[in-house]
Ligand binder design. Structure first.
Ligand code: CUA
Length: 345
């Protein structure tokens, strides 16, 4: 190690860690792009890492060279060292070199940034988004806007998209600034109150692509997650048609009782289940809650225990969320209520 030198050891460690990060299938790594826009950004990232390594290497060579010269020469400790070249070094190293490198990166960066707006669409006409995503403290509301009004529906936190097809998303916020970020599909775009922003995502192969809110937005910012599920066109169509349906009518006696509990309780003030009298719009649409993999903006797995916990102790699981502790639901009522929610496929 001594012979290798600290600088070279740290440079090798950096290269090693970078390669490791790129080779592992890290679910949310920007270095593992899964769509064309993310690929553009990943290429930019690799280029920057490469240039950063070259510059670091060049600097260390210069430092080593200067140290060697100092030792060889017969200098007293505090005497100024003339390495020759005079002003040429200052002009090149202090101005020309950084100017060329930074200008190059700036231009390449600008080109990569062109992938952000929704292409030419934005310049020529009013954009027609496929999905309108609205940020809330702390969850994501999604309105699917394809086709006619009878083809529209609302869901939350889990967005399905067809593979190989660009999907245009309009981004709005009802409260504070959030930021939509699915690292493997694209960069970040903010959701700003009073303004509509756009992003175009595309996934090249089916899979789950995790995302998160990338702008600090309050107590539960870290638990404002989202999931993009990319499906084959057939699977996507099946999902889409299913989501258009009203909430499943329970047949099991426990779930039938659960529906009564649900409709008689305060749930309906905030939540919607299409096909019932529950029409609240404060919280996520629950029409197909059971078809989603997670609850509470993807902070918890969607299962019986977490649903019971969420209904009765939401403030413990996610303090400050809009969902209150409905701890008066106990025993049979609670079990029935969760049974009803779990059959909302
Ligand atoms: Cu929303 Cu951070």
């Amino acid at each position: 190690m001594k012979k290798l030198g600290l600088s070279r050891a740290s440079a090798l460690t950096t290269i090693g860690l970078t390669l490791l990060l790129a080779s592992c299938d890290v679910p949310r790594s920007t270095l593992n792009p899964a769509g064309p826009a993310a690929e553009k950004l990943a290429n930019l990232e690799w280029l920057m890492i490469f240039i950063f390594l070259c510059v670091t290497f060049f600097m260390w060579v210069l430092i080593m060279w200067a140290m060697k010269r100092t030792r060889r020469g017969n200098f007293s400790e505090h005497a100024p060292i003339d390495i020759g070249g005079g002003q040429g070094w200052v002009t090149f190293g202090g101005f020309l070199f950084p100017f060329i490198v930074l200008t190059f990166l700036f231009v390449v960066g600008l080109r990569a940034m062109s992938s952000f707006p929704m292409g030419d669409n934005e310049k020529t006409e009013e954009p027609k988004p496929d999905i309108l995503v609205i940020g809330h403290q702390w969850w994501w509301e999604a309105h699917y806007l394809q086709g006619g009004v009878d083809q529209h529906f609302t869901t939350a936190n889990e967005f399905h998209i067809p593979v190989g097809k660009p999907v245009d998303i309009a981004l709005e916020s009802t409260d504070v600034i959030h930021s939509f970020w699915v690292p493997k599909l694209h960069g970040k775009v903010d959701l700003v109150p009073g303004q509509v922003n756009y992003i175009r995502i595309q996934a090249d192969k089916p899979g789950n692509y995790g995302g998160t809110c990338a702008e600090y937005c309050g107590a539960q910012h870290a638990h404002m997650e989202l999931l993009v599920v990319a499906q084959t066109p057939e699977d996507y169509q099946a999902w889409y048609q299913h989501q258009l349906q009203p909430g499943a009518e329970p047949t099991d006696p426990e779930a039938v009782h659960g529906k009564e509990v649900f409709l008689a309780g305060p749930c309906i003030l905030c939540h919607t289940v299409r096909g019932t009298s529950a029409g609240g719009t404060v919280g996520p649409d629950l029409t197909h809650l059971a078809s989603r993999q997670y609850i509470a903006a993807n902070a918890f797995q969607n299962n019986k225990a977490n649903l019971e916990g969420w209904v009765t102790h939401a403030q413990t699981m996610k303090p400050d969320a809009e969902m209150p502790n409905l701890s008066f639901f106990t025993g049979t009522d609670l079990r029935s209520l969760v049974a009803y929610l779990q059959q909302l496929q």
